[in-house]
Write a protein that binds this ligand. Structure first.
Ligand SMILES: NC(=O)c1ccc[n+]([C@@H]2O[C@H](COP(=O)([O-])OP(=O)(O)OC[C@H]3O[C@@H](n4cnc5c(N)ncnc54)[C@H](O)[C@@H]3O)[C@@H](O)[C@H]2O)c1
Length: 331
């Protein structure tokens, strides 16, 4: 394990004592790094990132100012996790192999990280008596349940190994709360997009792929007819919700949707991007992907009532901000 520390206030030990320590697994990833930024921006926070850099990048954490430790470690390593979560006010568990098609192509590594890794991390948190765990669950757990929007009380119907693994993580978070006294809350993220989402992997999120195509003036290939719909959620709204979930009273053991409450088809997203950019590039269409659900939209009642959540970013504004970031960083 290597540790990279950027303690800005190392000499001010008294300050550390009154600062809250937060752990973010997967903190070098797309959503994790946005959460790390949000935690550091709120002030009074020490943040420890745990990441094995499988898909995460050091560059995602560049330019961060504050009390940040970065641990190159694997969530399946119980001893390392036990040391690192000790004294944490909250542990945000985002580390995962987060892809439906990858879990079908390579089910073993995704099972080992998403289920065994989550179990190991929870066990370490319970034994170290860490604070509340906020678990990054997934809307994929709903599968193709026909009712929209998706409400947390629905029976889950996972359609892929990834969806089943993320659901198992929720169950374990609940069981650790009930049986081992580890407070935990699961947030079901709905198609998150925003700056730092990697567009280069074959398993990349659709909006990051659209961004790259738009900048390079190419047609994207959409799997299926493009009329499948998603509740696209801007990454800063998700980070804000994670922080609220770590603080709100009475939510331990709960599963809460983390979405916008809207739904847009892939065709609509591509058209909106064309409009923002003032171009007219037709999409191409390919075979639907196995394991993909047709429609997804969050019922946000629980997030509003239990966490006081109100998403700040509508789709067009989120797309503009995301596009600005891709433009700035593309060479
Ligand atoms: N992006 C979405 O739309 C979405 C939707 C639902 C749920 N989620 C969940 O949100 C979380 C973050 O996803 P993301 O989109 O930021 O993906 P990401 O790939 O950018 O982040 C995952 C991070 O976990 C790290 N990681 C993987 N295996 C690890 C291991 N064994 N030990 C330590 N670190 C490890 C990776 O290096 C990476 O930094 C995941 O748990 C994912 O399942 C994401």
């Amino acid at each position: 394990m290597r540790v990279f520390a950027t303690w800005k206030h190392k000499s001010r030990n008294w300050l550390h004592k009154i600062m809250e320590r937060y752990v973010v697994t997967g903190g070098a990833g797309f959503i994790g790094s946005a959460l790390v930024r949000a935690l550091l921006n709120q002030g009074g926070s020490q943040v420890a990132v745990i990441d094995n850099f499988l898909s995460g990048k050091r560059s995602n954490l560049e330019g961060l100012d504050g009390a940040l430790e970065v641990h190159d470690a694997d969530i399946r390593d119980f001893d390392a996790m036990s040391r690192m979560v000790k004294g944490a006010a909250a542990v945000f568990h985002l580390a995962a192999i987060p892809s439906v098609p990858r879990s079908i192509a390579q089910p073993v590594p995704s099972h080992e990280v998403n289920i065994d890794g989550t179990f190991t991390l929870l066990r370490a948190c319970a034994e170290a008596k860490a604070g509340r765990v906020v678990y990054a669950a997934s809307s994929s757990a709903y599968g193709d349940t026909e009712v929209l929007p998706k409400v947390e009380s629905m029976m889950p119907r996972p359609k892929s190994p990834y969806a089943a693994q993320k659901l198992m993580g929720e169950y374990y978070a609940g069981v650790f709360a009930d049986c081992f006294g580890l407070p935990g809350v699961s947030l079901r993220f709905f198609n998150v997009y925003g700056p730092r989402q990697d567009p280069l992997s074959p398993y990349s999120g659709v909006i990051s792929i659209f961004m790259r195509c738009l900048i390079e003036r190419r047609s994207p290939t959409i799997h299926g007819d493009g009329e499948q719909s998603r509740d696209f959620t801007f990454v800063e709204d998700v980070a804000a919700l994670c922080i609220k979930a770590s603080q709100a009273p009475g939510v331990s053991g709960k599963v809460i949707n983390a979405g916008n409450g809207n739904r847009y088809t892939l065709n609509q997203v591509w058209q909106t991007l064309n409009k923002i950019e003032g171009v007219s590039i037709a999409a191409e269409y390919g075979q639907p992907r196995p394991g993909d659900v047709r429609d997804s939209q969050a019922d946000t009642t629980l997030a509003r009532t239990l966490l006081g959540h109100q998403p700040e970013f509508r789709l067009e504004e989120g797309l503009r901000r995301t596009l600005a970031w891709y433009r700035e960083t593309s060479t």
